[in-house]
Design a protein around this ligand. Structure first.
Ligand code: DQA
Length: 143
């Protein structure tokens, strides 16, 4: 049973609220994190949250997760579309991982339609604003 989960925010997500508010909304990462922790608690899940703009730091965190967590939610930001290294890390750790995106990546630029991490994730949730993370928490709690 899943009890402890890790949420990873990738590059540029620290600027939520300021960054392209027409696409990502006007609320910041602190509010998102507060809501994630509350939603996880409601589902009986303990949750740690990590943000980094660096590929290697995200990979190190994924590696460390295998001793500590039973589920991972990852918004890999633009790394989603080209980081084979993050894909390999997800694949290596064998912990169920859910890919999330705030925006609908299929309704935007061509390059965003491809996710190199999707095939090694349990599933993907895109386009529901911050709700994409809350839906991923629900999905993990059902596993
Ligand atoms: C994003 C979508 C990505 O294409 C983009 O590079 C991001 C954010 C999202 O949450 O909608 O940084 O992952």
């Amino acid at each position: 049973m899943i009890k402890k989960i890790l949420v990873i925010h990738g590059p540029n997500l620290n600027l939520l609220g300021e960054r392209e508010p027409g696409i990502y909304g006007s609320n910041g990462i602190d509010m998102l994190n507060k809501n994630i922790i509350e939603r996880a608690k409601e589902q009986g899940l303990e949750c740690e949250i990590f943000q980094s703009n660096h590929e290697g730091a995200i990979i190190d965190k994924l590696h460390a997760a295998r001793q500590k967590f039973e589920g991972v939610i990852i918004n890999a930001g633009a790394y989603t579309h080209y980081s084979y290294a993050i894909r390999d890390a997800i694949s290596a750790i064998k912990i169920p991982c859910i890919e999330v995106h705030i925006s609908n990546v299929f309704a935007r630029d061509e390059f965003r339609k491809n996710s190199v991490i999707a095939p090694v994730c349990k599933g993907s949730i895109s386009g529901f604003g911050f709700g994409s993370y809350y839906l991923a928490i629900m999905a993990l709690s059902e596993m």
